[in-house]
Design a binder for this molecule. Structure first.
Ligand code: PEP
Ligand code: MN
Length: 354
């Protein structure tokens, strides 16, 4: 899968993070234009706005529908930003393409449904629009990868994944539990796939946006998709998690982006030291085993039992104290010496039975 940033978006540089920002929903033409203009002034290059909104219960604001698509065209024309929106069925894809939307994303509820994703994939055939696939609401990596594969198999090569957290019954700190191990495993399985974090839907509240963005950067995510509204308190959906363009700029400016190239070089040096030390460790352990086998021979000749528990207790106690004084935990020292002792006993028994 190709690099979304370098191929798709001329004018959007490769610097991390790639930022997509805009309101949860397009509400009115005025709200869309006011937010987009402010974001463009802050240097944001990709605008987001939900046109069709998946809502948990009926009766709420379900998006303005295709009437909002010309507003996004106006954002493109007047600010020069790329525009993105969510699609949940073939009709949405068709309308979005007709209105020159630049990037589509598939929402978490849709990613969980293979029939819906396949319908979207079929509607995308013959186009080369970039598509971002949000994780399904449940922490099922195979389902997430399956959704990405369906879109890939339709011929879409500019693909990315959005991590937006996972639904839980118990909402404590997060609206959607991050379970970072899932996107980390996705990165391991598909290393070239751009990975974007959605701190807005993970956190569900404004004060969590900044720490979640930093965490995503520390985990080497490529980008961030952040909900920003010109007047967050008056937002028609997800009011508690949206931030003003000013706050967004502040958060982005305070992010610490670690230099991955630099640290890899330093790491290479440190890792070769670790390799040497591991070799020394193995040499020493095998020497220890050789001595232990000599003890085994002695025990055999003198008809002594292999296990001398007083000696074992003494070794364990001394090693734990020594290890503690060197900054290692009691639990680690016990586990390590149990393992060494077990192998010693196994080798002595081999000798006694030979
Ligand atoms: C959204 O991005 O506004 C949205 C509905 O997100 P999700 O699909 O992650 O709930
Ligand atoms: Mn939202």
């Amino acid at each position: 899968m190709n690099d979304l940033k370098s191929i798709l978006l001329p004018g959007v540089d490769n610097k991390r993070p790639l930022v997509i920002a805009g309101p949860c929903s397009a509400e009115t033409e005025e709200q869309v234009m006011a937010t987009a203009t402010a974001l463009a002034e802050k240097g944001i290059k990709i605008f987001r706005a939900g046109i069709w909104k998946p809502r948990t219960k009926p009766g709420g604001f379900e998006g303005v529908g295709q009437a909002g698509l010309p507003w996004l065209q106006r954002v493109k024309a007047e600010t020069g930003m790329y525009v993105s929106t969510e699609v949940a069925n073939a009709k949405h894809v068709e309308e979005a393409l007709k209105h020159d939307i630049d990037i589509l994303w598939i929402g978490a509820r849709t990613s969980a449904n293979p029939f819906a994703v396949q319908e979207i994939a079929d509607a995308l055939k013959g186009t080369d629009i970039p598509v971002l696939v949000k994780n399904p609401v449940n922490p099922d990596l195979e389902l997430w990868i399956g959704a990405l594969e369906r879109i890939y198999n339709a011929g879409i090569r500019r693909l990315g994944a959005i991590h937006r957290g996972f639904s839980t019954y118990d909402k404590k700190i997060y609206r959607n539990l991050p379970q970072w191990n899932v996107p980390i495993e996705l990165r391991r399985r598909i290393p070239d796939l751009p990975l974007i974090c959605d701190p807005s839907h993970i956190g569900g509240k404004r004060e969590l946006i900044s720490p979640l963005c930093q965490q995503a950067m520390d985990m080497n995510f490529d980008g961030l998709i952040i909900e920003s509204h010109n007047c967050p308190d008056k937002a028609w959906s997800d009011a508690s998690q949206q931030i003003t363009p000013d706050i967004l700029e502040y958060i982005l400016n305070t992010l610490v982006i670690r230099d991955t190239k630099q640290s890899t070089e330093n790491l290479t040096e440190l890792r070769s030291q670790i390799d040497l030390i591991d070799n020394d460790l193995l040499d020493l352990i095998s020497k220890r085993m050789r001595v232990s086998r000599e003890i085994g021979t002695y025990k055999k000749e003198h008809n002594m039992p292999v296990l001398q528990s007083a000696r074992y207790d003494e070794i364990m106690q001394k090693r734990v104290i020594l290890g503690n004084s060197l900054g290692m935990s009691t639990e680690f020292m016990q586990t390590m010496w149990e393992a060494i002792h077990e192998e010693s006993v196994r080798q002595q028994i081999e000798i006694i039975n030979s």
